[in-house]
Ligand binder design. Structure first.
Ligand code: ADP
Length: 197
């Protein structure tokens, strides 16, 4: 892949689609910084910061943290970054966040490069999340508090209501690249790479 100075990749897709896994590898292999808002928020929760205490009940319920908090977090992360070479995983998740991100990028003079959309049928999603929770537990790790069936279903519902409109938003701007998110990690990764060519 040619490496333009700036690169902004936004992963879209429902909870359980595999955004984090794919974004992680893409970041590693293409010298990009992965900005995963879920990881950032969970880190605050585990360190018990003021922000962590504020957002914990929201994460546990599978709801969205207020836009202002996310927008401030992202503004901080992008400040002083030069060149801007990032992959967003889990942000933006609402129209307000997408508009705020566009304004931030405009201030920085950096365009969106591509928005890969990982498509996975609904019936596979909750199962993947519940499996991930069980695997973590059986490996002796603490599973994510929101990787239970009930909360996973709530997260899907929130995705349909609040995040799916972003598909039209990025499609209208010519950035959307849909891909099949079902297959092995390598298969899906190769499809991701194709969307970036
Ligand atoms: P998943 O995509 O599997 O739901 P994430 O790790 O991306 O997992 O997000 C976990 C939780 O963190 C979300 O359910 C939500 O509570 C919070 N969160 C993450 N990103 C955002 C965001 N951009 N806006 C609001 N809340 C967010």
């Amino acid at each position: 892949m040619t490496q333009p100075k700036h690169k902004v990749v936004i992963f879209l897709g429902p909870p359980g689609a595999g955004k984090g896994t794919q974004a992680e590898r893409l970041a590693r292999e293409h010298q990009l910084t992965k900005i995963s808002t879920g990881d950032i928020l969970r880190d605050h929760v585990s360190r018990g910061t003021d922000l962590g205490r504020q957002v914990k009940p929201i994460l546990d319920a599978g709801q969205l943290v207020p836009d202002e908090i996310l927008i401030a977090l992202i503004r901080d992360r992008l400040a002083g970054m030069e060149p801007v070479r990032v992959i967003f995983d889990g942000f933006p998740r609402t129209l307000a966040q997408a508009q705020a991100l566009d304004m931030l990028l405009e201030e920085l003079g950096v365009p969106v490069s591509a928005v890969p959309l990982l498509e996975v049928p609904d019936e596979l999603l909750v199962q993947r999340i519940v499996d991930r929770g069980r695997q973590a537990a059986s490996a002796g790790q603490t599973p994510r508090a929101d990787d239970t069936e009930a909360v996973a279903r709530e997260r899907q519902q929130v995705y349909r209501e609040q995040t799916q409109p972003l598909i039209d938003y990025y499609s209208a701007r010519g950035h959307l690249r849909s891909l099949d998110g079902v297959g092995s990690m390598d298969e899906v990764y190769n499809r991701v790479l194709q969307t970036l060519r």
